[in-house]
Design a protein around this ligand. Structure first.
Ligand code: MLT
Length: 270
């Protein structure tokens, strides 16, 4: 794994390890409320993906498998054999790529506002156009395009919330944004593999998600054998921020069930 980078991360709590991956172009900061609350019961690790937050922003295409290997390398660094991985949106694409590569490292999988489908041809072209604009205009280009669609209408006037997310996007390095756009455009389609996922899975969506519609969540939940579906009210694409209490509760119920079923310590004794 010599092409992996050591990700910046925050870790707190003790107990069953839970890794929470953010979406594009965001950072580990989106999980602050969940980390604070869930770390009372679990060991919660929130990395910044490559090119986001304070992690190294290398040049080139950020293939979802490369981002997944960064995460798996972080698990090795922390001596964690098996974990639950929760991924938001692009973080969900990374979680699926990690599961595809190393299913034995998973105690459970959470997909939040995410999907298993690859981009359509039109979607790929749009990513290329956006990447070309970002080369000149930086993160503000993506912020301007995404912010009007990110939140449920209930939060449309919540400036502190909107400006907080805008700042994370604008602060994301250009390499990270372009690398991720190209990586998402070329990602694999996992729709056909969903039926093979034989671990507990949580599919969670904001009921007003305009970026990845909840029809994607419903279809995934209907296909994955051990899936639990949670639709969070008063939330769009960022349920962890728009309705943090309901999101934390759903995550806690999912994690408690895995714990109650007797998750075992891995061969390294962790
Ligand atoms: C994200 O929130 O991570 C992205 O919007 C996902 C995507 O563009 O497919």
């Amino acid at each position: 794994m010599r092409d992996t980078v050591l990700l910046n991360y925050s870790a707190s709590g003790t107990g069953m390890p839970v890794v929470m991956l953010h979406g594009f172009p965001l950072s580990s900061a989106i999980w602050a409320s969940q980390q604070l609350n869930l770390s009372k019961k679990y060991f919660v690790i929130t990395p910044d993906l490559r090119g986001h937050g304070l992690s190294p922003a290398t040049e080139g295409i950020y293939d979802m498998d490369l981002l997944a290997r960064d995460v798996l390398a972080l698990l090795d660094h922390l001596h964690l054999t098996q974990v639950v991985i929760i991924g938001h949106s692009m973080g969900g694409y990374v979680a699926l790529a990690a599961w595809h590569r190393s299913p034995e490292r998973f105690l459970g999988l959470g997909l939040v506002g995410s999907q298993a489908s690859a981009d359509t041809e039109e979607g790929k072209k749009n990513r290329q156009k956006t990447a070309a604009k970002v080369a000149g205009g930086g993160g503000q280009v993506v912020a301007n395009a995404m912010l009007p669609k990110l939140f449920a209408s209930k939060h449309a006037a919540n400036l502190p919330l909107i400006e907080g997310i805008e700042k994370i996007m604008v602060d994301t390095p250009t390499n990270g944004i372009i690398g991720s756009l190209n990586g998402m455009a070329s990602r694999s389609d996992f729709d056909e593999e969903l039926a093979e996922i034989d671990i507990p899975v949580l599919i969670l969506s904001g009921e007003k998600d305009q970026i990845i519609p909840i029809t994607k969540a419903l279809a995934m939940a209907a296909t994955i054998p051990e899936a639990i579906l949670k639709i969070v009210p008063d939330a769009g694409h960022l349920p962890m921020i728009e309705n943090p209490e309901a999101t934390t509760k759903a995550l806690d119920e999912f994690l408690s069930a895995i714990q109650a079923s007797g998750y075992r310590l891995g061969p390294k004794g962790l």
